[in-house]
Design a binder for this molecule. Structure first.
Ligand code: NAD
Length: 505
């Protein structure tokens, strides 16, 4: 039977338990700053208990067949769909994203479990590991490639898609046969805790899926070094990614990193300007501008720049900002006071550097739905932003778009690739050959043609350069939870004959 997660508890070994030190972290609704609950502040002792539970559960779970694991993943998807209203409402109250976007996330979370259920069946079928023969140049030997569950994995995730970013890792890890210790962001953990109850109801055995909430420096850092955890899959900022990689390198322990971005949308002069404005807005302001792949830099061809500027300003003035539970809301509050202050500091710095402000600024958006105590930032656009300005170079993670004009393809590519990040890039042009040329030249792991942001579980997600390494989603997204073993069998009736002669090698 479904049950709401109790306040300030951790999910370890299939049970809700208080954190060993008894501390908690308040849960704040970013719309009005009110406290709506509490999560447990887990520490290294709790992580150790979760890792122990996972290690003991791993033996049995990893021995189950692919078909069995797939059936459980499908049961999780069904349970998520049943709880869609509750989960999306919790998500919006916890992180501030518009309710309709939270509903979209919950659908995507269910679809991700279904996708990995299918992958699990395709890879393992009625076995618990996958084997395939590999032909060798010497007929005396038979080679086999075996893929088996990697072990216990520590998953550390951010707050911008609190449930979905966790699911991108949890679903393939469980499908692979791994046991999991999930450490969600302390700024938005509620739906990940609810996922624990979903997994319990769906039949995930005790200890296979554990959730330890808490501060990054405590619980997160402990996950990286916990002896029973075999691998870390991290999504978050570049700064934290560096800490995680350093901690893992001490062990050493493998890790994958999905980090930040500063992605560019290039708009050529052969497109419908209204369509371009719509993609530019969606690409930057979706999820209140807090998207790793946000195309927060827009390069617009100089021939259509004036029309684009006029229409963009008018469109942004029409964004429905405010209380995120309302139907039609397209911009809610940022996740926390700290995040709001960080974004406002970037805006203030841009203004004091003399960058042209097309709309927005440091004042919160107006309207009766904007609560004075909420963490709101007006959608803000800077025009002709110098390439050296932090607005152009750094990940702001808020509703701030920086625009520049460009003259030709070479200039657009040079500017788009001039970034330490390499997560995504997008191009709008009705010339297909040009789109292909741009796609080949973008230094990014994700390229969108004629759009920005759509994401599918079937395609791998991840970046180049400082945007990290490893992939979520797609076939690659499951591969990283599998261990590769080679098996070589001597298959000849003849004695090997090393001592009489070494001619066989
Ligand atoms: P963050 O780096 O502050 O935190 C991410 C997670 O790491 C949280 O759970 C946090 O508690 C934990 N953490 C913090 N310090 C830690 C430490 N020392 N050791 C281990 N864990 C620690 O990121 P955030 O603010 O939660 O999320 C926003 C960032 O995430 C942005 O940079 C965004 O681009 C990135 N992101 C990337 C992707 C992607 O797929 N590439 C997707 C979503 C978000």
């Amino acid at each position: 039977m479904a049950a709401a997660p109790p306040a300030a508890k951790l999910f370890i070994g299939g049970r809700w338990v208080p954190p060993i030190h008894g501390a908690s972290i308040p849960v704040v609704n970013p719309h009005d700053g009110s406290t709506i609950g509490a999560i447990a502040a887990g520490t290294s002792e709790d992580v150790a208990a979760a890792a122990w539970a996972a290690k003991h559960a791993f033996a049995e779970w990893s021995a189950t067949t692919g078909a069995h694991r797939a059936s459980i993943l499908r049961a999780i998807a069904t349970e998520i769909k049943k709880r869609k209203d509750a989960l999306s409402s919790t998500e919006t109250n916890d992180c501030g994203k518009p309710l309709e976007e939270s509903e979209w996330d919950i659908d995507d979370a269910a679809a991700c479990f279904e996708y990995y259920a299918s992958r699990c069946e395709a890879i393992f079928g009625s076995a618990s590991t996958a084997s395939k023969p590999v032909s060798l140049p010497d007929a005396s030997f038979r080679g086999t490639l075996v893929k088996e569950p990697l072990g216990v994995v520590g998953l550390i995730t951010p707050w911008n898609y609190p449930l979905l970013m966790a699911v991108w890792k949890v679903a393939p890890a469980l499908a692979a046969g791994c046991a999991v210790v999930l450490k969600p962001s302390e700024l938005a953990s509620l739906t990940c805790l609810e996922l624990a109850d979903v997994a319990r109801v769906a039949g995930v055995p005790p200890g296979v899926f554990n959730v330890v909430t808490g501060a990054g420096a405590d619980a997160g850092a402990a996950v990286c070094v916990a002896p029973g955890i075999d691998k870390i899959a991290f999504t978050g900022s570049l700064a934290t990614g560096r800490r995680v990689a350093r901690a893992c390198s001490e062990e050493p322990k493998p890790c994958s990193l999905e980090l930040g971005g500063k992605s560019t949308l290039v708009v050529f002069d052969d497109v419908d300007v209204d369509v371009a404005v719509e993609w530019a807005m969606f690409g930057c302001f979706w999820t209140n501008g807090q998207i790793c792949s946000a195309t927060s830099r827009v390069l617009v061809h100089e021939r259509i720049a004036e029309a684009f500027k006029r229409k963009l300003r008018a469109a942004v003035a029409g964004i429905d900002a405010g209380e995120p539970r309302r139907k039609g809301c397209r911009l809610g509050p940022l996740v926390s006071a700290g995040q709001r202050d960080k974004v406002l500091a970037y805006i203030a710095n841009g203004i004091s550097n003399g960058v042209e402000v097309l709309c927005g600024g440091c004042e919160p958006p107006r309207g009766k739905h904007v609560h004075a105590a909420g963490y709101y930032v007006a959608p803000t656009i800077f025009w002709n932003v110098p390439q050296s300005d932090p607005l152009w170079k750094e990940e702001i993670f808020g509703p701030v778009m920086s625009v520049r004009e460009f003259r030709d393809e070479d200039e657009a590519i040079e500017i788009a690739n001039d970034s330490e990040y390499g997560l995504a890039a997008a191009v709008l042009s009705n010339d297909d050959a040009r789109c292909e040329r741009m796609t080949g030249r973008f230094q990014a792991g994700i390229v969108w043609q004629q759009c920005s942001q759509p994401c599918f579980a079937e395609l791998p997600w991840g970046g180049k350069k400082r945007s990290g390494f490893g992939r979520d989603l797609g076939e690659d997204g499951m591969e990283k939870y599998l261990h590769t073993k080679q098996v070589v069998r001597y298959a000849s009736e003849e004695p090997f004959g090393w001592y009489p002669s070494c001619s066989k090698l």
